[in-house]
Ligand binder design. Structure first.
Ligand code: MN
Length: 737
C-alpha cells in the first residue's frame, strides 16, 4: 500500500502531465469535446492505482505519455481516450465489456485491437517472418488508430527502455527495428521512425552505437560550424531571389549513418556527409527555383539529383534531393520541399502508406489506384482526423495472416480453410488433417480463416485426402498436393481393379491369375506399348483395355470359357455407355451399381450421392461413369470438362431397400447427455449407426457418425432433428466416408 506521501507525489506528477495533455489538445483541436479524455484519465487513475513501472514512476505516467504522443499527432479525443486506456485490459482487472459500457463502442474497439496486437508473440526472427508480421498488423486492424496507439506505446517504452534488464532491452529493441520502425516508415511517419530507429540501434548494438556516436561527436563542432555557414549562405541567396523559405540544417541520425557504414563497408572516419540541409518552401514552383539557386552556388554531384516531387516514393514521400560539393570538396545533401510535403514526410498520414518495395505489379497498380482515391477523399474532408477515424485499413485485401500455436505466421490467400493451413505446414499434415481448432474452438474444415487467427490442425495417422477438398482449398500449393495424391492413389486403385477384372475373367477359364507368369504379363504389356505388367493392369482398371481381350492374348488359341458367358459382364462391356447407365440405374438396385461400378457406373466417392439427391453423371477417362451429387464441388467447379457430363437418374425401383452410408459431423457443446441425445435422434429415425467417434476440447465437441441412410428425405429429417438438440451448433455432412 502506497503511503500518503507517495500518493500525493503520484497525483501531483500525473496531474501535471494530464494538464499538459489537455492543453495540447485544446490548442490542436479547440472545438473538440474533451470530456471523454477527462473520463478516461479518471478511469485509468483508479485502475492503475498503486502500480508502478520499472523506472519507479507511477504506472499512469506511461498511458499519459502515450496520449501526449498521440496529441502531438493531432489525434481525436476518441484516440486519446483509447491511448489512456490502452493497457487497462492487459494490466488491470478491467475488461473490454467495462470499457465498452463506460466509453462506447469505438474506444472499446480500439483498445481491443491494441490488446490483441500486444498478445502476438514475435517468436522467430527470419526476415520473411518480420515482413509478414508487419503486413499482418496492418491487415488485421480495421482502424488505423490502433496502429498509431501501438506506435506511440512503443515509442514511450523505447524512451524508457534503460530501466529494463539487458535481455529485455535487446528483445524489445530488436522488435522495434524489425517491426515497428518499418511500420512507421510504411505509414510515412518519418519523425517517429527516426526516433524508434535510433533508440533501437542504441539498445540492440550498444558498442556500435557508441562508436558512431563518438565519431559523430568528434566532428560535431566542425559540422555545426559548416552548417551555420551554409545556412546563412543559402538564406541570403534565397532572400536575394525573393523566395520565402525556411532553411533547416541537421547532423544526420545515428542509425542512418550506421546503415550507410554497413552498406558502403566503410569505417566511421570515412563518413563525410554527416550534415544535411533542408529548404522548405511555400510553393511547388519555388522548389525548382531553389534547386536552381543551389546548383548555382555549388557543383551538383552527377546522378544524385532525384525528383521525388514528380515521381513520389511509394509511401507518397515528396521532395527534391540533390548532393552538391563544397569549395573544399565535401559533398553534402540538400532536400527541397514545400511545407505540405514536409509535414507529410515527418508525420505521415494514413493516406501515405507504402505498399511494397520493388517494381509495381498490376495488382499493386490497383492498390495504388485505391490509395489515390483515398487521397482524393481526404481533400474533401475538412478535418484530416475525421478522415483518419473513418478510414478502414484494407491494405492487403487478398491475404490473411494466421498463426501456428507457436506463433509462426502463416500467410494464406483470402478465404483459405484449415486444409490450406495444414498443407502449408507440411504435406503430411495436410494429408492426415481431420479437423482444426481456430482460437481454441473446433471448426469445420470449410471454415474460412481470418487474419490473427491461431490455427491448430488435428491429424489422424492414416487419414487420406479426399477429392471434395479440392473445392475447399484456396492455395495452389494445397490444390496441387491433393491432386498429386489423388493421381498416385487412383493409379494404385486402378491396378487393383485391373487385377480383379482379369481374375474374374480368368475364372471363367478356370485359371488363377497366379498361374500366369510375370514374363507373360510383361510380354503382353509390351504388345500394348507398355513397360510393365502393372501398367497393363492399371490400363484395364481405367477401362482402356478390356480384360477379356487382354486375357485372350494370354491364353492358348482355342481356349473357351467354362460357362457360356456372363450376361451381366457382356452387357456392361458392350454397347454405349448411355444404355449401360440406364440399365444399371433402371433395372438393378444400388448394390449392382456398387458391385460393377468400379468398371462402369459408380457413385463418386467424393460426394457419395444418395437416393433422392439430384445427380449428374460424368464420363471419366476410361473408368466408366461416375455419378456425382449435382452440387458436388468437383462438378460445379468445372474441375471436369463440361462436355463429359451425362444425364443420369435414380431408378424408380425402390422395392429393394438400400442403405447408403453417410458421414455426419455434429459440432456441439461437450455436455452431459449430448451423445445420448444424438443417438436418440438417429434411433428414432430408424437409422443404423455404423460408426461413431467424438472429440472434445475446451467444453466443445465434434461427433463424427456414419449412418445408414435410405434416401435424401431420411437424411434431411435426421439432420433437422440433430439441429434441434440444445447445444448443437452445426451439423455437417461429410461427402467422403
Ligand atoms: Mn503500453
Amino acid at each position: 500500500m502506497a503511503t500518503l506521501r507517495q500518493q500525493i507525489a503520484t497525483t501531483a506528477l500525473t496531474l501535471t502531465k494530464f494538464r499538459e495533455l489537455m492543453k495540447r489538445m485544446q490548442e490542436n483541436r479547440p472545438h473538440d469535446d474533451l470530456s471523454i479524455v477527462k473520463k478516461a484519465y479518471d478511469f485509468s487513475l483508479k485502475h492503475h492505482e498503486g502500480q508502478s513501472r520499472a523506472s519507479g514512476e507511477p504506472y499512469l505516467v506511461h498511458p499519459l505519455e502515450v496520449a501526449l504522443v498521440l496529441a502531438e499527432m493531432k489525434m481525436d479525443p476518441v484516440a486519446i481516450a483509447a491511448g489512456l486506456l490502452h493497457d487497462s485490459v492487459e494490466d488491470t482487472s478491467v475488461t473490454i465489456v467495462d470499457i465498452r459500457k463506460e466509453f462506447g463502442e469505438q474506444v472499446a474497439h480500439i483498445v481491443e485491437g491494441v490488446t490483441k496486437i500486444s498478445k502476438i508473440e514475435f517468436a522467430t526472427r527470419e526476415e520473411q517472418q518480420a515482413e509478414n508480421i508487419r503486413k499482418m498488423m496492418l491487415a488485421m486492424v480495421d482502424d488505423i488508430r490502433v496502429v498509431l496507439i501501438k506506435l506511440a506505446d512503443r515509442l514511450h517504452n523505447m524512451r524508457t527502455l534503460e530501466h529494463l534488464d539487458p535481455e529485455r532491452q535487446h528483445k524489445i529493441a530488436e522488435e522495434t527495428l524489425e517491426i515497428y520502425a518499418p511500420i512507421a516508415h510504411r505509414l510515412g511517419m518519418g519523425k517517429i521512425r527516426g526516433e524508434l530507429e535510433d533508440l533501437g540501434f542504441r539498445f540492440l548494438d550498444p558498442v556500435g552505437y557508441e562508436q558512431v556516436e563518438k565519431a559523430v561527436n568528434a566532428r560535431r563542432k566542425q559540422g555545426e560550424a559548416f552548417l551555420e555557414k551554409t545556412h546563412k549562405l543559402i538564406s541570403d541567396k534565397l532572400k536575394e531571389a525573393g523566395i520565402q523559405a525556411r532553411v533547416e540544417s541537421r547532423i544526420k541520425r545515428l542509425f542512418s549513418i550506421h546503415k550507410k557504414l554497413q552498406k558502403q563497408r566503410i569505417s566511421v572516419d570515412q563518413v563525410y556527409d554527416l550534415c544535411a540541409m533542408r529548404v522548405i518552401t511555400r510553393s511547388l514552383q519555388d522548389c525548382y527555383a531553389v534547386l536552381g539557386i543551389i546548383h548555382n552556388l555549388w557543383r551538383p554531384v552527377p546522378g544524385r539529383i532525384k525528383d521525388f516531387i514528380a515521381m513520389p516514393r511509394p509511401n507518397f514521400y515528396q521532395s527534391l534531393h540533390t548532393s552538391v560539393i563544397t569549395e573544399d570538396g565535401t559533398p553534402f545533401e540538400i532536400q527541397i520541399r514545400t511545407e505540405e510535403m514536409h509535414k507529410m514526410a515527418e508525420e505521415g498520414i494514413a493516406a501515405h502508406w507504402k505498399y511494397k518495395d520493388g517494381p509495381v505489379s498490376a495488382q499493386d497498380e490497383q492498390r495504388l489506384a485505391w490509395l489515390r482515391q483515398v487521397v482524393e477523399w481526404q481533400r474533401d474532408v475538412s478535418d484530416p482526423n475525421e478522415f483518419l477515424s473513418t478510414l478502414k485499413v484494407d491494405l492487403y485485401p487478398e491475404e490473411v495472416y494466421t498463426f501456428t500455436p507457436k506463433g509462426k505466421v502463416v500467410v494464406l490467400p483470402r478465404d483459405s480453410t484449415p486444409i490450406d493451413f495444414a498443407y502449408t505446414i507440411h504435406t503430411e499434415v495436410g494429408h492426415t488433417c481431420v479437423g482444426a481448432k481456430v482460437n481454441g474452438r473446433m471448426v469445420p474444415l470449410r471454415h474460412k480463416l481470418h487474419s490473427g487467427d491461431i490455427v491448430e490442425i488435428l491429424t489422424q495417422p492414416g487419414h487420406k485426402p479426399s477429392r471434395d477438398w479440392l473445392g475447399l482449398v484456396r492455395s495452389s500449393r494445397s490444390r496441387n498436393k491433393i491432386k498429386h495424391w489423388l493421381n498416385v492413389h487412383q493409379r494404385e486403385r486402378a491396378i487393383e481393379i485391373g487385377r480383379k477384372l482379369i481374375e474374374k475373367e480368368a475364372r471363367k477359364y478356370r485359371i488363377a491369375l497366379k498361374e500366369i507368369k510375370d514374363e507373360e504379363l510383361t510380354r503382353i504389356a509390351s504388345g500394348y506399348g507398355l513397360g510393365r505388367g502393372d501398367d497393363l493392369m492399371a490400363g484395364i482398371g481405367y477401362g482402356k483395355y478390356s480384360a477379356r481381350q487382354v486375357l485372350a492374348r494370354l491364353l492358348p488359341a482355342g481356349a473357351t470359357p467354362s460357362i457360356a458367358g456372363d450376361i451381366e459382364a457382356e452387357g456392361l462391356t458392350s454397347g454405349s455407355i448411355a444404355s449401360a447407365v440406364r440399365r444399371v440405374f433402371g433395372g438393378n438396385n444400388a448394390i449392382t451399381v456398387r458391385g460393377q461400378g468400379d468398371m462402369l457406373v459408380y457413385r463418386a466417392r467424393c460426394c457419395n450421392p444418395i437416393r433422392g439427391e439430384s445427380i449428374v453423371g460424368y464420363i471419366t477417362r476410361g473408368k466408366g461413369v461416375a455419378v456425382h451429387s449435382a452440387n458436388c464441388s468437383n462438378v460445379t467447379n468445372l474441375l471436369y470438362e463440361p462436355e463429359r457430363k451425362i444425364d443420369v437418374e435414380w431408378a424408380r425401383d425402390d422395392s429393394t431397400p438400400t442403405a447408403y452410408p453417410v458421414k455426419l459431423t455434429v459440432f456441439c457443446d461437450d455436455r452431459f447427455g449430448m451423445l445420448k441425445s444424438i443417438t436418440g435422434v438417429i434411433g428414432d429415425a430408424k437409422s443404423n449407426i455404423r460408426n461413431i467417434a467424438a472429440r472434445t476440447e475446451n467444453s466443445q465437441a465434434s461427433v463424427e457418425v456414419v449412418l445408414d441412410i435410405a434416401d435424401l428425405k431420411h437424411l434431411e429429417s435426421i439432420i433437422a432433428g440433430l439441429r434441434k438438440i440444445a447445444g448443437v451448433h452445426e451439423v455437417q455432412r461429410l461427402q467422403k466416408i
